[in-house]
Design a protein. Structure first.
Length: 158
């Protein structure tokens, strides 16, 4: 009987821990292992970063700024996540694209995302503006390798 009580207590604690973990990761902050080279030299493949969840009080989706680095679901394959820099907000002029003289604007409800390493980055230049609903979080800190000098993660102005 004692073993059954102990098993019930451990099961309850595991369930509560899993619920807490899920709530924190989907509503406050999450940890990501980067698996792409599109953000070099700012962020490298294999680095671990902390992101604040989009829509949380710490990162309202309407408060994204140019230069913020975000985690978003890939528009071409929603099972994958991408790490890119915000280079265009709703209403921003994109300039001349596709070797034409047509000037495009970022539509409402969408953002323009690009990787820092344009030679290998598959980004908005490939699949166009990304819906704000696909943005999952804003990267605020590089956890590994650790460095105290990380101002570039907060905001990069051109």
């Amino acid at each position: 009987m004692e073993k059954l009580r102990r098993l019930a207590a451990v099961s309850k604690n595991c369930f509560l821990l899993a619920c807490t973990y899920y709530t924190v990761c989907h509503n406050v902050a999450d940890i990501w292992l980067l698996e792409e080279n599109s953000m070099q030299p700012t962020l490298l493949d294999g680095q671990i970063v902390l992101s604040v969840c989009a829509g949380s009080p710490f990162c309202p989706i309407d408060k994204l700024k140019l230069g913020d680095i975000v985690i978003a679901r890939s528009p071409s394959n929603p099972k994958n996540r991408i790490c890119k820099r915000v280079v265009g907000l709703p209403g921003d002029l994109l300039g001349y694209r596709n070797n034409s003289f047509r000037r495009d604007y970022v539509p409402e409800g969408k953002v323009w995302l690009e990787g820092d390493n344009s030679a290998v980055s598959r980004d908005s230049r490939t699949y166009g503006p990304v819906p704000l609903g696909l943005v999952e979080g804003k990267i605020v800190w590089r956890i590994w390798p650790f460095s105290f000098d990380q101002q570039f993660l907060e905001h990069k102005s051109d």
